[in-house]
Design a protein around this ligand. Sequence first.
Ligand SMILES: [Zn+2]
Length: 929
Amino acid sequence: MAFPLAVVLLALIGSAVCRPQLAPTTCVDNGQCKQIDPTQLNVHLVPHTHDDVGWLKTVDQYFYGTRNGDQRAGVQYIIDSVVEQLLKNETRKFIYVETAFFWKWWQLQTPEHQERVKKLVNDGQLEFINGGWCMNDEAAAHYQSIVDQMTWGHRRLQDTFGECGIPRIGWQIDPFGHSREQASLFAQMAFDAVFFYRIDYEDHNIRVKEKRMELLWQGTDDLGKASDIFTHIMEMGYGPPPGFSWETARDNPSDDAIIDDPESEDYNVDKIVDKFITYAKQYSNYYATNNVLFPMGTDFCYEDANAWFKNMDKLIKYVNAKKVNGSNVNVFYSTPTCYLNGIHQANHTFTTKSDDFFPYASYYHSYWTGYFTSRPALKRYEKVGNNALQVCKQLDVLSLGNGKNEDKITPLREWLGVMQHHDAIAGTEKQHVSDNYALKLYKTIEKCQSVVDESLNILIGDKNLNQLFCNQLNVSACAVTEGTDNIAVTLYNAFGHNINRVVRLPVTSKAYKVFDPKGNAVKSDIVAIPESVLSLKERKSKAKDELVFEAQVPALGFSTYLLKANSVQKSINEAKITKISDAFTIKSKSLNIRFDKTGALNSIELKNGKVVDFKQNFEFYKAKDNNDDFHQPSGAYVFRSDGDSPQLYNTTTLQADLVETSDVKEVRQKVSEYVSQVIRILPNNDMIEFDFVVGPIPVDDKIGKEIISRWETNLTTNGLFYTDANGRQLLERKRDFRPTWKLTVYEEIAGNYYPVNSRIAIRDEKQDIQMTVLNDRSQGGSSIKDGSVELMVHRRDLYDDHFGVAEALNEPGVDGKGLQIRGKFWVLFTSIAEAAEAHREMAYDILLEPSLTFAKISGSVEEYVKSHKTQYSGLTKELPKNVHLLTLEQWKGSSYLIRLEHFYQQKESQSLFSSQTPIRIVSNRKELS
Ligand SMILES: [Zn+2]
């Protein structure tokens, strides 16, 4: 059987979402937009609804329209009503954005009604815009997940409506700041434009004044014009002009209906038409062409679409009627695609921009930089979900699932899509919605794990094995390893490169022997689990120790290690724990890391002999309350510190132990009652790992707190630092500076925070040193002082920040007393030239850390190794260093979706940027070539 697939190595950074070029089409192309009159001011009325896939209510509560006391919103009724009104009048148009909701609605319709809707799409009356599973957040979403969620939404649309259903426009009207990588991805998806609203108020005011609310955004330096995208910024928000909202189902009262009975004492046509024309002319002052776009609708509008359309029909009729008297305002139902046609016709040259739209400030003291960190546990869980999804999809392909696992994989695909929403991964939803996101993620991961179980067993060659999962390894608990004598631990590596990984398994017995895939004994250590982890409130485990060993796992494959209970106690390498009272040094592969006598980091000697000051502290900013003139507290969206200096935990009371095995050296620090960490250094590696526990953050003093980890060096950094965009491009940041306008910063800390999805770095150009910090979830970060880097790890705030969620960000945790989190950082010191190679590889090691499964086995190690496949790779050899397998999944029928990406940027590694190598991917029986 031949696989209908050609694997092509793209010499570009990344590949586009699967979307064919539009061929000549039978659908009505809104891009032609015949209503445009180049001699007139064209007012494009774009009827729309903004339907969050969870925010104040859960996805289902929004869809079905329950819990209306919290927010009047029922998406099923909205779509019902809109479709009915479109069918009544063929001039009416509507755009729909969130495929998660649309798909839910679509499946409930009769075949006859579906046919009617297909006609609306073919006729261009109903146009899909954006069309991802959700309107994704641009700060905290990783590009792998953005690509996945856009792909899945588009696939549903394409499968249902054919080419007429494929969106051509990005519509990111609500996300709280805009990422350059998102612009690049949209351009690569062959989108023609992106529309949004939320940019910094200073930037906004200048652009309005200079008629620069539209621009050409250059998405990346690496792809040239292929990543440029036309960008429209909405001046008045994403709602209609004041006085023109007919949301009778929700707003009480809605704006006045148009009364066109001339006999009526309340006849108001002239008044409303004049108001509209005045507004249109005023609005056109902000834009450079003779086209303006009025978004007609806002959050969850059109439950009674009749009221909207009936009044807009009249508005169009009476405004256009004025043309005979010399009015130059031409108004009509439109879509962003149609609007774009007006822009093309105007033939205007727009200014360009190559930085991003972060951070977003809506006013002097309202920097939306808190959400970069809000709900840190959910942000981490989303990353776990992405890992589970990639592993599940890959193993389904490698075991030749051929579509039989579709119904177990798709729920996770779709829920991961929901998780990218700008109130999900952003952490700006209500607590009960956040709980529902996590619960659904858990359930959908579990479904996909059954595919992992079955697929692994096929590849291992033993269908009787039962692969079990330890979903609580994040708190060092695992029901399988605790109390089982013989276990086969299989590590699956979703990354296209071979990896070495230190495995840490919680155990109740100290007497285990570990064997590699060939059956040879490997060295293992027993290390006591830190007290801070043992006392985590969520943890229900008897294990006091971890069994630690190093494993090698081939690219896109697995290795099975065997654990056998060992009665001979004396062969155990148990870690030695000593109280720290003197300064000391730990050697990694090529660095000497020095600690002071309290056990705190002090300095680091690099491989070239240079010594750099290197300190790390946990600190906290006091969160601003609601009591000053600006009434802008810190909350789910906004970070606002009370003062510009964080409070340092008392370092003189630092309690620290040194924990040593023959390999691993750890410094365990208790920083305060609720902050502790392990600093881990390996002999064959130069990364320094920080494994921390923070929380519950005390608020008995009635002060909210924003906890940060700060690394300080004496590197000369001149206000510059670097943060990633959605885990991909690395962007230069400068303190108190924006590249495109002269900034006035009213919040010196919050105004310098940027999203850090995977890494933040500083450089000393003169000494040729780069320090890069990688994280395990999205966070906010900055370099507030030269030579330093900080990341916000946890937040607990006591006030709502007045942007709609109407709750303080005060996560209760498992016992209602406050959320505890556990997380990791990794710090690298390299030369500037070597940095990219180290952090790019490392970031994927983190994102795609091996998935562990456990099978209880019987019999001897020799027997198991002889009768099972214990090591496997889906590649004939590992991928070249610069190539990443972004997607491997069963597509339609017997086809597969494979995306290979080049993951270096041109400037950071000339050699790795340009090299090309042929690649072949194999499944266990068939070769894809
Ligand atoms: Zn929204």
